[in-house]
Ligand binder design. Structure first.
Ligand code: PA5
Length: 457
């Protein structure tokens, strides 16, 4: 019997213009089911096959690194960092955000000189090792950040020792980082070619850092892998990843194109950022000869966004659906009792001694009631805990929902030609040899002097 941690609640997904229930499956379902079935047997590994990856070499390296170092700096961006942040903050918040604890993980993503200085200020390089993550091996931000970090390590410890602290995750079959790793004999924990960046959260891309932080990565991967059959089955009502995709596609067709990803657990906000990339980069693209698709994910977090975005959600344009994430967790064992309310606060006495988790969940229910009252649709994914197995199940559910949405719309959810074109222009404008024509074209476009040839994608 497969353990089920997350339940998808659809009862407030109905609204006058369209009623979204699993039984109201669209005509596109048979085609989508065929595409999912052939994806599931694709020679992989694909993201569905993470349960078959051999984690032993990674775990041996991490065990040795945890003996020798107290800090791991992970350098990567996009699909090479967002999943690590999402699961790291969810499952090991002290290691990712705190200063205490025996092991810490820091992530260097965008290129920003101040961020690099802040990181170098914070970490003790003498007890630090590095995991550089880039599938292509040529992402400019990652390579620039990595070589500055390596420069700092070299200054502090000498060149040989600096290189000894570098571990790599990349596509082993292509790219300059794979070549560099071979030349230098660096430990490589490969990202298989068939797994794209934004679907790579359960591979060494994130598992290395998570294991360094002390997360039980085997339980995490197992929690995802056991759901494979359920999440790939074309069975509305019995497959929450399909039901979620069906609901969001239906809403999109009815004009509700924005999906607000709204966890009510503060440390799940990075998961919202991970979902934004997954949904946007997988689905924002042309659909055959028709209008390009624009399903727009918006990150939010409760309760903060009750005081920021909520007015827009309740009374603003009727173009959004809200996906809540709720975990019935935690009365924190360690926080102190509330101070007694003085008489002047008598009108607020109902709040005295209320556990914070209850204040949070009642706040969420208040938002849900207000949305329901005005016919604003919302869905909820709910779990009893945020264990590694539950988080593995959740990321697999969301990845499969994204794949299902792509298959329902008959687009390829796994490519990103627009991103690749922007990368090509950036390389050209940084002076890549042989890319002079591309650079001139980019400069012309920026001056407003584009020719009529249209996009070069
Ligand atoms: O999902 C994707 O493919 C992208 O977001 C990539 O992860 C991102 O562009 C980083 O690429 P790379 O891993 O090649 O450095």
């Amino acid at each position: 019997m497969v353990a089920v941690h997350w339940r998808l609640e659809l009862e407030h997904a109905c609204q006058p213009r369209s009623c979204v229930t699993p039984e109201s499956a669209p005509e596109a379902l048979p085609g989508a089911a065929e595409r999912m079935a052939s994806f599931a047997v694709r020679r992989g590994p694909t993201f569905l096959d993470v349960g078959t990856l051999d984690l032993s070499p990674l775990l041996v390296q991490v065990a040795a690194d945890r003996e020798s170092y107290d800090t791991l700096v992970v350098v990567g961006i996009g699909g090479s960092s967002l999943g690590l942040r999402a699961l790291g903050e969810a499952l090991a918040p002290t290691a990712f955000r705190g200063r205490g604890g025996a092991h810490r993980v820091r992530v260097l993503e965008s290129v920003d000189p101040v961020e690099l200085d802040l990181l170098l200020d914070e970490v003790d390089l003498s007890t630090t090792c590095v995991h550089v993550v880039t599938k292509s091996g040529s992402t400019v931000e990652t390579l620039a950040n990595f070589f500055y970090l390596l420069g700092a390590l070299t200054e502090a410890l000498g060149e040989g020792e600096a290189w000894r602290r570098v571990r790599v995750t990349t596509d082993p079959n292509e790219g300059p980082l794979a070549a560099l790793a071979r030349e230098r004999g660096l430990p490589v924990f490969p990202l298989p070619s068939g797994i794209g960046g934004r679907f790579s959260v359960l591979t060494p891309v994130a598992l290395f850092g998570l294991a360094f932080a002390g997360v039980d990565v085997r339980a995490l991967v197992e929690g995802a892998a056991v759901q494979r059959t359920r999440f790939t089955a074309a069975l509305p009502g019995a497959n929450p990843s399909l039901d979620l995709a069906l609901a969001l596609c239906r809403f999109y067709e009815a004009g509700l194109r924005d999906v607000v990803f709204f966890p009510y657990v503060t440390r799940l906000f990075p998961l919202a950022l991970w979902f934004v990339q997954l949904w946007a980069e997988s689905l924002g693209k042309p659909r055959g000869k028709g209008e390009p698709l624009g399903p727009t994910p918006l990150p939010a977090v409760g309760t903060n966004d009750q005081h920021a975005q909520l007015q827009l959600l309740i009374e603003g344009a009727h173009n959004k659906v809200v996906l809540f994430l709720a975990a019935e967790e935690e009365t924190s064992p360690s926080h102190p009792p509330m101070a007694p309310f003085p008489p002047a606060l008598g009108v607020m006495r109902y709040l005295e001694n209320a556990p914070l988790a209850r204040v949070r969940s009642r706040s969420m229910e208040g938002v849900q009631a207000a949305l329901t009252e005005l016919g604003r649709p919302h869905l909820t994914l709910r779990a009893a805990s945020l264990s590694p197995a539950a988080m593995g199940e959740l990321v697999m559910l969301l990845q499969c929902a994204t794949a299902w949405a792509g298959f329902l719309w008959d687009i390829d959810p796994f490519d990103q030609p627009g991103v690749e074109q922007a990368k090509r222009y950036a390389h050209a404008m940084l002076g890549k040899p042989g890319a002079e024509a591309l650079r001139q074209r980019a400069e012309g476009l920026l001056r407003g002097a584009a020719n009529d040839e249209g996009s070069a994608i």
